[in-house]
Design a protein around this ligand. Structure first.
Ligand SMILES: [Zn+2]
Length: 139
């Protein structure tokens, strides 16, 4: 079955898809595409944050007591601190489809030229569709 056949068959799925795709198409017109997760900047894990953290490690050295601290490579430092994108339960509506209270996940609308991103908190249905193109099954 193709997308249109699925939508014709299930009015609730169709309603979800209309809400989701209206927002997604609006973003696409402005040059954004949707990806799962938020960029490191959103969690204060940018390269500048890393640099400041390294400075702090050195500043915290006690004279005559401490040897130089271990400073991990940026990617390792960032990945160790990056949340998994699970935002937990909220009463707020899904920011893409308007879905009711439930668990929320981090998604970003990203534009490369010029670089910009918009963080979204979305429902599991929207997350699945963005991640794999899978339509919600339990509607
Ligand atoms: Zn949603």
């Amino acid at each position: 079955m193709d997308l249109q056949e699925h939508l014709n068959e299930n009015p609730r799925l169709s309603e979800w898809y209309l809400s989701f795709s209206a927002e997604a198409e609006n973003l696409a017109k402005q040059g954004y595409h949707l990806v799962t997760g938020w960029p490191a900047d959103e969690y204060n894990l940018s390269w500048d944050d890393y640099r400041n953290w390294c400075h702090d490690q050195l500043d915290n050295m006690e004279e005559g007591v401490d040897d130089a601290p271990y400073l991990p490579p940026y990617i390792a430092w960032r990945d160790e601190r990056m949340p998994d994108g699970d935002e937990g339960f909220t009463w707020m509506c899904c920011e893409l489809c308007g879905g009711k209270a439930g668990n929320r996940h981090a998604v970003s609308a990203v534009r490369h030229e010029p670089y910009d991103y918009i963080p979204y908190s979305v429902c599991g249905d929207c997350l699945q569709y963005i991640a794999n193109g899978d339509l919600p099954e339990d509607m």
